[in-house]
Design a protein around this ligand. Sequence first.
Ligand SMILES: Nc1ncnc2c1ncn2[C@@H]1O[C@H](COP(=O)(O)OP(=O)(O)O)[C@@H](O)[C@H]1O
Ligand SMILES: [Mg+2]
Length: 223
Amino acid sequence: MIELRSVCKSYPRGETTVAALEDVSLSVRPGEMAALVGPSGCGKSTCLNLIAGADRPESGKIVVFERDLAAMNEHEIVQYRRREVGVVFQAFHLMPHLTVRENVALPQAIAGERDLAWVDSLIESVGLTHRAGHYPSELSGGEQQRTAVARALAMRPRLIVADEPTGNLDSRSGAAVLDLLNDLRREAGATLILATHDPAIAGRADRLIAMKDGRVQDGAHDR
Ligand SMILES: Nc1ncnc2c1ncn2[C@@H]1O[C@H](COP(=O)(O)OP(=O)(O)O)[C@@H](O)[C@H]1O
Ligand SMILES: [Mg+2]
């Protein structure tokens, strides 16, 4: 189970602070695809960053597979981020000077591991074997995002967090990336939590979490 319990998070803005999340509670079951939806600025990215361990809440609990991220020390959080969660961003965030294969292998290199057979099988799963030696600048947007999806799975994470992963893609490439994320999620028995503006993508989720002004809307748990 992945749960946020009464999570609050604010950011400084000028002399004051902006509440990005106010008393957010939500839960996602293992193996589900959950979609966070809502207008720009409603707190989707903040939520995903907290779940991915990239940021800390001010108050509340973030329970991922029975551990409270908010209570972990820095070392534990680093291990969690390196080994247990795979992240996909809207803007791909590939390393420009590394090839597709090197990008996909990067999380293993960072964690001090090496399983190139798995890297190559992921590249094959995302349909990029013929592009494995190419650099990101030589790829289409859809191919870059497929590389990023493969990279997110390099450590065989139980949890995949994707922040508008189709936001920079045309609808056909976007649908292909979502199919891929879902296939890989099912094969691995992983959980997928994504933020999206696209109703077609949100409509495919097992669980819809609607947000507005830093809060989860009523009924979001009951789908
Ligand atoms: N690093 C940051 N510094 C300051 N304000 C931020 C930061 N990240 C997000 N915010 C603010 O928090 C609110 C929620 O933002 P965000 O989580 O990015 O929403 P969404 O992803 O739904 O567009 C917004 O008001 C945004 O301006
Ligand atoms: Mg966002």
